[in-house]
Design a protein around this ligand. Structure first.
Ligand SMILES: CC(C)(COP(=O)(O)OP(=O)(O)OC[C@H]1O[C@@H](n2cnc3c(N)ncnc32)[C@H](O)[C@@H]1OP(=O)(O)O)[C@@H](O)C(=O)NCCC(=O)NCCS
Length: 154
């Protein structure tokens, strides 16, 4: 499946908000996403579209000084398992490097095996745990890091 990844803009917020709702039990609000995508100077969002221009997935990150922080990534359920998230992660890694970041970090639910495997595939390693990080059910989060000095897996 041919996917094009572009920087998200104001006209993508509606579709991204729908993907967010389809992916997360407690989705970020439209306003939060709009603020990040349109107003923020530290947030970078990318959207994955098919050849018809339909948005199938997206991701967001913050670049702060020499560290980047992945805040969210999601792919519509019916389009999972086709490498879309992988392309989004690779795009974020290149974006962080282009901004002069030395490392990327993120939090992920300890029970979110697909996401943990996704990040591991791109070289992220678990370096810590945040206890009861998620308010809804009190689930712990792994803290994962990718240091650009470490060996790449792609
Ligand atoms: C996690 C998520 C983004 C993966 O999207 P995707 O487009 O299906 O992922 P890809 O097809 O690019 O898969 C890339 C790698 O991720 C891992 N992976 C993806 N889905 C997986 C699954 N169901 N089980 C195990 N590993 C999985 C694999 O390592 C895979 O590589 P492989 O195909 O060589 O085995 C998607 O499941 C999703 O949107 N989940 C809900 C939102 C979420 O949990 N986001 C993460 C928040 S931290």
């Amino acid at each position: 499946m041919k996917i094009k990844i572009t920087r998200a803009k104001a006209s993508d917020v509606d579709a991204i908000s729908e993907i967010e709702k389809a992916c997360f039990a407690v989705p970020w609000s439209y306003e939060m996403l709009h603020s990040d995508i349109v107003d923020s100077i530290v947030a970078d969002y990318f959207v994955a579209k098919d050849e018809q221009g339909r948005a199938l997935g997206f991701c967001g990150m913050y670049d702060v000084a020499e560290e980047a922080h992945i805040t969210n990534i999601g792919v519509l359920p019916q389009y999972r398992g086709r490498g879309i998230a992988g392309q989004l992660v690779a795009t974020m890694i290149k974006n962080a490097e282009a901004h002069g970041c030395q490392a990327i970090t993120l939090e992920v639910r300890v029970g979110n095996e697909p996401a943990i495997r996704l990040y591991r595939k791109y070289g992220f390693v678990t370096e810590g745990i945040r206890k009861h990080y998620y308010g809804v059910n009190g689930e712990d989060a792994f803290i994962m890091w990718l240091n650009f000095g470490s060996k790449r897996t792609f």
